[in-house]
Design a protein around this ligand. Sequence first.
Ligand code: FAD
Length: 277
Amino acid sequence: MSLSVPVSFEFFPPRTEAGYEKLLEEHAALKAVNPEFFSVTYGAGGSTQERTIQTVIELNQRGVPSAPHLSCIGTTEATVIELLNRYRDAGIRRIVALRGDLPSGMGGTGGDFRYASDLVRFIRAHYSDTFQLEVAAYPEMHPQAPNFDTDIGNFITKAKAGADRAITQYFYNADAYRHFVKQVRQRGCDIDIVPGIMPITNVSSLIRFSDACGADIPRWLRKQLEACGDDSQRITAIGQEVVTILCRELLDSGAPGLHFYTLNRAEPALAILDQLS
Ligand code: FAD
């Protein structure tokens, strides 16, 4: 199975030993499609940070490069330096640089960084080109941005601070991606913008998560999925068809890669890639 563009896969750090063993199985299955890299999420201000560090360093030793997500909100420059030294010394060469969101109840921003662009600038200043830097992009606008235009301007500032590439929030409307890329290009920014792809497997959690992160599930899709009730086979079949068509449209529009939000499951992404190739 091979595509003409690179693919990458995102995991979250497992909470238990059993979850970690399962992740290794999913990692092995996904390795079979020669991904460019795996990434591992990181909770801003959360208790899972050490698990991210351990997971990403261990996965990085298993034949395919791994990249930690690194969120800067609420953290200090000294902590970031300590973490990046650890990653550099472990042979990590790619970072997904983010602002992140503090868990509710943790108060204001605090820390030495306000936006992801501050983190990108800081990493470039202290580590030059040691790390390839990926940043986040929002074709349907970041939920806290006052308007689309301002959000695009902030994205371009982040790119110019030294980002190599962007990965988008997931979406189910290819036009949103095309419009976003066009606006960014019209404003003179040419970094690659890789669409983030969320396979559809569980409707209620997808709806809950999409509401929280500002990703739109189009009415035609939401209605079809809701009509499936508890029929998980039907949900998987519809999801696979819809997301495969979305990926094909994105690739036809020139998307330079695909980044899958796997939720630590190989099969949904592999099924889509199989259909695509
Ligand atoms: P920023 O780029 O800093 O943008 C955040 C907001 O600030 C936007 O509204 C932007 O318009 C605005 N802004 C930016 N610069 C300025 C400025 N100079 N002046 C005024 N406003 C400005 N979250 C996690 O906690 N852990 C993860 O592992 C994680 N992984 C992610 C991976 C991807 C690919 C994506 C798309 C998101 C991920 N997130 C993760 C979610 C992300 O942390 C949140 O969406 C967060 O709210 C914004 O992070 P950011 O890096 O996009 O922030």
